[in-house]
Design a protein around this ligand. Sequence first.
Ligand code: URP
Ligand code: ZN
Ligand code: ZN
Ligand code: ZN
Length: 505
Amino acid sequence: MTDHIQSAQSRIFIKNGTIVNDDQSFHADIYIEDGIIKQVGTNLVIPGGARTIDARGKFVMPGGIDTHTHFQMPFMGTVSADDFYSGTKAALAGGTTMIIDFVIPQKGESLLDAYEKWRGWADAKVCCDYGLHVAVTWWNDQVSKEMDVLCSEKGVNSYKVFMAYKDVFMLDDDEIYHCFKRCKELKALPMVHAENGHLIAIKSRELLQQGVSGPEGHLQSRPEEVEEEATTRAITIADQAGAPLYVVHVMSKSSANVISKARREGKIVFGEPIAAGLGTDGTHHYNKCWRHAAGHVMGPPLRADPTTPGYLMDLLANNDLQLTGTDNCTFNADQKAIGKDNFTRIPNGVNGVEDRMSIIWEKGVYSGKMDPCRFVAVTSATAAKVFNIYPKKGRIAVGSDADIVIWNGEATRTISAKTHHQAVDFNIFEGMTVHGVPEYVITGGSIVMDEGQLKVTQGLGRFVPTPVNSQTVFGRVGNREKSRQPQIVEREPYTGPVVEIKEED
Ligand code: URP
Ligand code: ZN
Ligand code: ZN
Ligand code: ZN
């Protein structure tokens, strides 16, 4: 009996579905064994004991990859409410089968120590596979050496710098340059939180002096121009360092335009809008209910211009922006309330990990802006390519991991904090009805969403090392560097007089 159950769980036959990859969709069946896709095609010969799922009328797609989460993150005096258990459980409930979280060392803390700390938190709790980016929050030779160890031994290929959070995580331009240059040497991808931290600090003080203490102050202290300027500066620094660049949480039209223009100029830049920015807007900062307004506080802020989400979706649909995460970093009411009298103390962060796939389906596919192939590109395949785990992840193909979502594109659900699987007591998409529902979710060959019923296992997920030198990121970098060697002009030495410099007394 036990044998039968085990074989039934490790062998899955998905028939009659429409398989969607980023480059093609087609009708075929899939056979999975021991966590790997073993066959894709028609008239497959299936061993006995397999569980059969009829996916007629449904899309069979790679499970989502959320490029940007902060589970149980110590931040602004507290720890984010969703940990690696509730966070990955919620991810699976929404059709996401892998997340990439951020190790964030304190200034002066060893990157390796911080990495081991995050691994310790995550390994025991994750219900789906995960990877790690590492933030560089200070700079010296030790940091530079540890980046090498993280790349060569620990499965890290991406480093985030902050241009905001002055005195906490922020680096200055020269440090950012050194960090980006080091990334290029290691063939790792630099990532940036692009907001001008000096201006935010000054504007926050001014607003508090003017009597603005509520969540609306958060938005006003970080105008769009502050994000736009930092995005331009980060791209300039990366380009001067000969490095590619990944801009996390692109929140404004103007910042998205900067990225789009840079790409047109041939710069190697990737832009990541997030579920929050694609699904809602910053008008909520002005809500009369303090908790509601504070629930929308994140950095960079959701923008008050209500046409922003649609605009970001247009750019995402047309590859001016490339892939999506969520920046899921949740805080309950009592945690947000740390900043009840001072908006600068409201812990920054919102939800998204559970709802990203549905939000993008609703606002991207159902609205007619993108087709299902583009949906796969922006929710999984491009992330897998950029972070160099493709086609193990992000593709339905023989040999790929069995991380699969069977998606009903016509079914609807209404998002609510009352029914979501996250630990947090608030949802920025509250009341929104979205098309696109995962009916089955398979992670590492295990069915965790079964006809809409969620059955996850804590600790089942594995750490997925991300190797350096992604060709999607570094394919152009070598030749570009050769074409940019400094020029030296051979000429006769100057032999005329030279004015004498007088020493100052
Ligand atoms: O508000 C945010 N974004 N919180 C998480 C930290 C970060 O900057 O990504
Ligand atoms: Zn950030
Ligand atoms: Zn309220
Ligand atoms: Zn973040």
